[in-house]
Write a new protein. Structure first.
Length: 117
């Protein structure tokens, strides 16, 4: 299990509690579904994020969706805005392991004190 903590400086700290291969419990299929519903793809998402001041490549997004790289809070916020995710969808997509264990974290804490996009 990986526990992820957010700081006010938008840095994510991950703690690997298992010595096995790191796995993401993120529901990345829901991001792909939302992109498809909007007629968009990961390349579009990378271009939009870059246009909003968060330079990122499509390959980096794919790595994050596979769980090879951790999403930063600013990534989560901007993706949520670009794809119109509500708080429940954010929790389900990015924090499904926490939600499934009935552990609650505040989405407001993730997105507070960041610039408005």
């Amino acid at each position: 299990m990986i526990l992820t903590f957010f700081s006010q400086n938008d840095i994510i700290f991950s703690v690997l509690l298992d010595t096995e291969k790191r796995e993401s419990k993120m529901e990345s299929n829901l991001i792909h579904s939302k992109l498809k519903m909007k007629g968009k793809n990961v390349e579009w998402l990378a271009n939009e994020m870059t246009a909003y001041g968060q330079p990122i490549s499509a390959s980096t997004i794919y790595k994050k969706l596979k769980g090879e790289v951790v999403f930063k809070a600013s990534d989560i916020k901007l993706i949520s805005q670009l794809l119109d995710f509500n708080n429940e969808e954010i929790m389900t997509i990015f924090f499904s392991e926490l939600v499934s264990k009935k552990t609650h974290i505040s989405v407001e804490r993730i997105v507070m004190n960041e610039k408005k996009y």
